[in-house]
Design a binder for this molecule. Sequence first.
Ligand SMILES: [Zn+2]
Length: 68
Amino acid sequence: MPQARQLDVTDWQHTCPECDYENGFHVSFRRTRGDKEGNDISVWLICPSCSARFDVGLRTRLVQVARA
Ligand SMILES: [Zn+2]
């Protein structure tokens, strides 16, 4: 199971603390299974340069959307 390092967001967070890449992050979504339906997710940042993973504490819940 992949792990993520805690990252405190201060001001504008666009630089990787591992490798100093300065142009922002990719994001990934991971189900946390915190709710009964299994729709709670955490959003992690991933450095596009060194692939380090960071958890800034961003949590949300997926909802069903109508398909076009
Ligand atoms: Zn990096």
